[in-house]
Ligand binder design. Structure first.
Ligand SMILES: [Zn+2]
Length: 254
């Protein structure tokens, strides 16, 4: 049996990765598996899958969940090894992204498996605004601290990919969320061509996948909406100033 290729979505959170995953998955050859870096924790929490079943009743996870129950000390990389061996689909999407904490996982998978990386980028000021919205705080210092954190983490999560690619020489496709929202069919076709994957048809909208993590967008219907105009405020201005290199590199200059 040929092992699936892992499509790793790299970059920072708040960049539309759930939307991208659900748009690329077709539950036939491409399976959206969500943030696999915390699969064990999701099993422990008995999470509800994006397909609306739980880990025991979901047809995709049930077998692996039984293995986990019999070996509760198993770690996430061991679970990943078993998952890849169990499945016969052509592609599994791992939406773990890149952060300080997940670089080891990235290295492990890149060195061991057929591994392709989609680097998903979103305009940094918009990433910050989403992050601030989620925090739901009106406190200046809290918002300022979140801004500092996002500046450091967003820039790190995107920069580390270049270093890792040099080291592991994997195939990489860069996608800007704004381009994806502007021309979703176009970008999906671009990814499939890059994967050398020829599905019978391409989804007209995001489908339900097998994401277990806490992201609420894994449930229900998702619509593709054109991105709204960039909002500017004190915090996003700071974010943009300190991300000037990336803004030039990814062509986000106005
Ligand atoms: Zn499921």
């Amino acid at each position: 049996m040929i092992k699936p290729t892992i499509i790793y979505i790299a970059g920072y959170g708040f960049s539309g990765s759930t939307l991208l995953e659900r748009s690329l998955a077709d539950n036939i050859g491409v399976i959206g598996c969500g943030e696999l870096w915390r699969l064990k924790e999701d099993f422990q929490d008995f999470e509800t899958c994006g397909c609306d079943q739980n880990v025991e009743t979901c047809e995709f996870w049930a077998e692996l969940y039984e293995i986990f129950k019999a070996n509760p000390k198993i770690n996430n990389l061991e679970l990943m090894d078993i998952l890849v061996n169990l499945k016969s689909q052509a592609f599994l999407i791992d939406n773990s992204k890149t952060s300080y904490a997940r670089v080891d996982r990235f290295k492990y998978l890149a060195s061991k498996y057929n591994f392709k990386v989609i680097h998903l980028i979103r305009e940094p000021g918009s990433v910050l605004n989403s992050s601030l919205n989620k925090s739901n705080s009106n406190n200046f210092f809290v918002k300022f601290l979140i801004t500092l954190k996002v500046i450091v983490h967003w820039n790190y999560a995107n920069r580390i990919i270049y270093k890792l690619q040099k080291q592991y020489n994997f195939e990489l496709l860069r996608i800007r969320l704004e381009d994806f929202l502007e021309r979703p069919q176009n970008e999906i076709e671009k990814v499939y061509t890059w994967l050398n994957y020829k599905p019978d048809s391409i989804n007209s909208k995001p489908i339900k996948t097998h994401q277990l993590t806490g992201n609420i967008y894994r449930h229900g219907e998702l619509e593709l909406q054109k991105s709204s105009p960039r909002r500017s405020n004190f915090y996003s201005k700071i974010m943009r100033i300190f991300s000037f290199r990336a803004i030039a590199q990814y062509n986000y200059k106005d």
